[in-house]
Design a protein around this ligand. Structure first.
Ligand code: ITT
Ligand code: NA
Length: 184
């Protein structure tokens, strides 16, 4: 089986492939811009984007929207993660947490799929905490400051295979793969 991933982000594709190959599902990146509405939650953003895929008759295509939700900041940057990463950057996000005791956070991935003209959304979450300093060279985005629960390394210090055992993206794509194999 093969799915098409409408994203500009190569890292998302590599990580999704690393998960989906276990299910013998191939992933092909397509440079089609996903519909990005503003909403309070990534799940709603992914659902609207999946509906748009179906409206464009893009079957077996997925889109993904993610957010990093920091507890002490009431879930900020959440659905604004991409914008905040580009504008504030990691250092200034860390600055917002100076002196804060509870550094817990979670990543949430919402993957929208159009299958046989019907939109579906699969969600994955990983709990963790925000590091004191950026560490590691792997991954992308907030990876250098996110330490998954039960680990001492940041996502950027893990290999793509290790990150893809536990990440929000891995969990969302596992749910997608299981659903696809059961329904196709
Ligand atoms: P698309 O073309 O798929 O939209 P994007 O990179 O713009 O690619 P999003 O709009 O979903 O993706 O933005 C999510 C942001 O959240 C992204 O820019 C990263 O900064 C961050 N992010 C998402 N997943 C991440 C991960 O696994 N590790 C670190 N940061 C992540
Ligand atoms: Na984007």
């Amino acid at each position: 089986m093969r799915i098409y991933f409408a994203t500009s982000n190569r890292h998302k594709v590599l990580e999704a492939s690393s998960v989906l190959k276990r299910y013998s599902i191939e992933v092909e990146q397509i440079m089609v811009k996903k519909l990005e509405v503003q909403a309070d939650d990534v799940e709603e953003i992914a659902r609207t984007a999946a509906e748009d895929l179906c409206a464009r008759r893009m079957d077996m295509t997925v889109v993904e929207d993610d957010g990093l939700y920091i507890k002490a900041l009431e879930g900020f940057p959440g659905p604004y993660s991409e914008y905040v990463y580009r504008t504030l950057g990691l250092r200034r996000v860390l600055k917002l947490l100076e002196g804060v005791g509870d550094r817990s956070a979670f990543f949430k991935a919402a993957v929208g799929l159009c299958n046989n003209g019907v939109p579906h959304v699969f969600v994955g979450v990983v709990d963790g905490e925000i590091a004191l300093e950026p560490r590691g060279l792997g991954g992308f985005g907030y990876d250098p400051i996110f330490i998954p629960k039960g680990y001492s390394l940041t996502f950027a210090e893990l290999s793509i295979e290790e990150k893809s055992k536990i990440s929000h993206r891995a969990r969302a794509f596992q749910a997608l793969a299981e659903w696809l194999l059961a329904h196709n």
